[in-house]
Every structure is written in C-alpha cells, then in structure tokens.
Design a protein around this ligand. Structure first.
Ligand SMILES: [Cu+2]
Length: 161
C-alpha cells in the first residue's frame, strides 16, 4: 500500500518537471523585447526630385534572437514631414510590378530582412517639404510587442542594384 502511494507521488513529480521543461524551452513567449534584439542597419531615405510628394525608406533589419518578430509600424517623429508612413511591399501581379500596404513585415529568427528597392519598404506619403541630400529624418519603428526603436535615416541618392 505505502509502496503504491510512493510510486504515484514520484510519477506525479516527474510529470510536473517534464511540463515545466517544455514550457521553459518551447514556449511562444519571447525572451527579450523586439527592440533589444532587432538591429537596424543602413537605413536611408531615397532622395527624390523637388516637388515629389512620396518617397521610400530602406534598411536592413537583423533579428539576432531565436524568436520571430514583426515590424508593425513606422512613423516620423519631431519633423512630422509626411502625412502618412506605411509599410509597403512590391509584388508582381500579372507581370506588372505593383506596390501596396502590408500590415506587418515578418522578421524570422536569426535572419536578416532587407527593405530594398523592388521589395519591402517604408513609404513616406504626402511630403510636406523637399528632402535634401544629407538631411536626417528622425523616425520610430514599432514592433509587434509594442517595443520601439528610434532611427535617423539619411537622405541619399539610390544606388541601382
Ligand atoms: Cu510603396
């Protein structure tokens, strides 16, 4: 009788340990805020001819963590130079290149995601002033967990690639 009880207790104990290991390793909860593990590189804004009311911002986003993250928003801060800032992608539809808004940009774990001409980009729509070469525009990027980073992309002429 007492042996049987002991075994039950031991089994129960093992079950609890197993469950906690699974929860600790395989859980969906990221270990660090996105803003701490996403590195922004080479952020720049495409210089446009005077009078143009739209342009795009490009950059590389490196997710240095084992968790998936998403870029969910971008905005200009301080300067408020454009009426709207949207996440966009270019897509081939029936042989035509079209761009449109996307709700987020997926950032795979331990991977680099490039926002570049012909692909994902941050669209600045309704520019209130001309952007000059060398201007720096303060912007904020927001991730799915509501963490955010501030960047200062410079206005540059685009290099064709
Ligand atoms: Cu666009």
């Amino acid at each position: 009788m007492s042996t049987h009880v002991k075994q039950t207790v031991i089994r129960y104990g093992l079950a609890v340990i197993t469950v906690s290991i699974i929860a600790g390793c395989g859980g969906d909860k990221p270990t660090a805020p996105a803003a701490e593990v996403i590195k922004v590189e080479n952020a720049y804004i495409r210089a446009m001819p005077p009078g143009q009311k739209v342009t795009a911002m490009f950059m590389k986003l490196e997710n240095t963590s084992a968790d998936k993250h998403r870029l969910v928003g971008a905005e200009t801060i301080e300067s408020n130079i454009s009426k709207a800032v949207e996440l966009h992608e270019h897509k081939h539809i029936n042989g035509m290149m079209k761009m449109g808004q996307v709700p987020f940009i997926e950032l795979q774990s331990n991977d680099m995601t490039a926002l570049q001409p012909g692909g994902y980009h941050v669209m600045l729509i309704g520019l209130k002033q001309d952007l000059k070469l060398g201007d720096k525009v303060a912007m904020k990027l927001t991730f799915e967990d509501d963490s955010s980073v501030q960047i200062e992309p410079e206005v540059k002429t685009i290099t064709t690639d």
